[in-house]
Design a binder for this molecule. Structure first.
Ligand SMILES: Nc1ncnc2c1ncn2[C@@H]1O[C@H](COP(=O)(O)OP(=O)(O)OP(=O)(O)O)[C@@H](O)[C@H]1O
Ligand SMILES: [Mg+2]
Length: 422
């Protein structure tokens, strides 16, 4: 039996932990920092995944005979971008996730765009700028709407769709002069606006073989009907009806395999998950973005559909033998509804009691929750994701919302249209 440490503490990490728990190869699961739900199935400790030395001390401190950490799953973007996998690998610890260099596909949008141009991968036209003055001169000549993005990581908030020059000017000044996203905004990418339906497809790769997962669609906006500000994600469903066989063939041929080939040509060994954010346009599938990890909340609808052993897949990815492992999926559908704190994605209060009244046929993936003594309380903007699987999206949606009605906390907020194909 192998013991696994997961770094992170959201719904995504809970879904990963749940799936790993089902593997008969997995013994003990640890999670840093974890949350209340994860602590039911894993040993959690309040250590930040960004504190590399503290993570290492935790691993070293585990009883090496009884419960050594055999594998570390680096689930979130910041520690990947800071080189957690390189750090652990150097210390002889098996880690699942891309190296810092490989993760650059996510942590630098200008690098990702150059990568796509270099390897002929379809994406929106764009230009990158290091100074406000040059960027401003460029947006003066653009057609609108256009999209302005902070180059680096910005918690999913560094992308602004601008409808006219004034909005673009303000976006540039917020990002580049007022540094809303800190150093992530030292460079900006200005992009042509793409029209179409957005679909997310994640894939496992060991750097030689790439295997796509089932498709998903998330709901980023806070309000029903896709209105209001962006959030980390208010819900998701899988599969996406827009991801037809034709779209899938287009994606695999023109995006997925060229991405792997491009990485190989550039001499980068990418091991882990590549998240393809896709736009299905009139002129074919185009890449909106790459992420170098599982998405949240996409993972909460994708992993429950995996008909296989997630540990075995992770293990094969690390060893470069993914080609030998079958990756199969159930022929079902999943819907995840996120219950959030009132005020999210802006300021919100924490510490409200959560009551859960025996919901049926759903899985609750905890995000911002913790135990305060033996009280279960809210501890974040996104609190719990209620996930159901069924034969159809409609049925999964119905069951998920029955589950939502059985979870309560003060100020609970959720969208009522998750899984309605907007
Ligand atoms: N060129 C574009 N045309 C139209 N919409 C776009 C474009 N680029 C980005 N968007 C919209 O903005 C959203 C966020 O953009 P992007 O995925 O690049 O940012 P991100 O902050 O890295 O997101 P994530 O948090 O998912 O990693 C996209 O999901 C899409 O809805
Ligand atoms: Mg991203």
């Amino acid at each position: 039996m192998k013991n696994v440490l997961i770094l992170g503490g959201g719904g995504r990490e809970h879904a990963i932990a749940e799936k790993l728990r089902k593997s008969d190869k997995v013994g003990k699961i640890f999670c840093l920092p974890g949350n209340a739900g994860i602590s039911e199935i894993a040993e959690c400790k309040d250590i930040s995944p960004m504190d590399f030395d503290a993570v290492y001390d935790f691993i070293e401190g585990c009883d090496f005979k009884a419960t050594p950490v055999d594998m570390v799953v680096v689930a979130s973007d910041d520690p990947l971008a800071k080189g957690m996998v390189d750090f652990l690998t150097e210390k002889g610890i098996r880690a699942f996730g891309p190296t810092k260099k490989a993760a650059e596909l996510e942590w630098s949008k200008s690098y990702a765009k150059d990568f796509m141009y270099r390897h002929g991968i379809p994406t929106a036209k764009s230009a990158s700028f290091d100074t406000y003055k040059e960027a401003l001169a460029y947006v003066e000549r653009q057609e609108y709407p256009c999209v302005i993005k902070a180059d680096g990581l910005a918690l999913g908030k560094g992308v602004i769709i601008c409808n006219d020059f004034d909005e673009a000017k303000k976006a540039l000044s917020d990002i580049m002069l007022d540094k809303y996203f800190g150093e992530s905004g030292s460079r900006v990418v200005v992009e042509e606006f793409m029209k179409g339906k957005e679909v997310s497809v994640l894939a496992f790769t060991d750097g030689k073989t790439i295997v796509p997962m089932v498709s998903a669609q998330d709901h980023k906006k806070i309000y029903d009907g896709d209105e209001g500000p962006n959030t980390g994600g208010m819900g998701a469903f899988s599969p996406s009806a827009a991801y037809t066989d034709e779209v899938r063939a287009d994606f695999e041929k023109n995006v997925m395999y060229p991405t792997l080939r491009g990485l190989i040509e550039d001499g980068i060994e990418y091991k882990g998950v590549i998240y393809f954010g896709l736009m299905i346009t009139d002129s074919g599938v185009k890449v909106v973005e790459y992420n170098s990890r599982f998405g949240d909340p996409e993972t909460q609808v994708v992993l429950p559909r995996l008909d296989g052993d997630l540990y075995e897949i992770f293990d094969a990815v690390i060893d470069g033998r993914l080609a030998d492992v079958p990756v199969k999926w159930y022929d079902n559908c999943a819907v995840c509804v996120i219950m959030a704190s009132e005020g999210y994605p802006y300021a919100y209060e924490k510490g409200f009691d959560i009551t859960i009244d025996n919901p049926k046929n759903v899985t609750l993936y905890h995000a911002g929750t913790r135990y305060f003594g033996d009280r279960l309380v809210t501890n974040g903007g996104r609190v719990i994701g209620v996930t159901a699987t069924a034969d159809t999206i409609e049925e999964a949606r119905r069951i998920a919302y029955v589950g939502v009605a059985r979870v309560h906390f003060k100020g609970e907020y959720f969208r009522t249209d998750i899984g309605l194909n907007l």
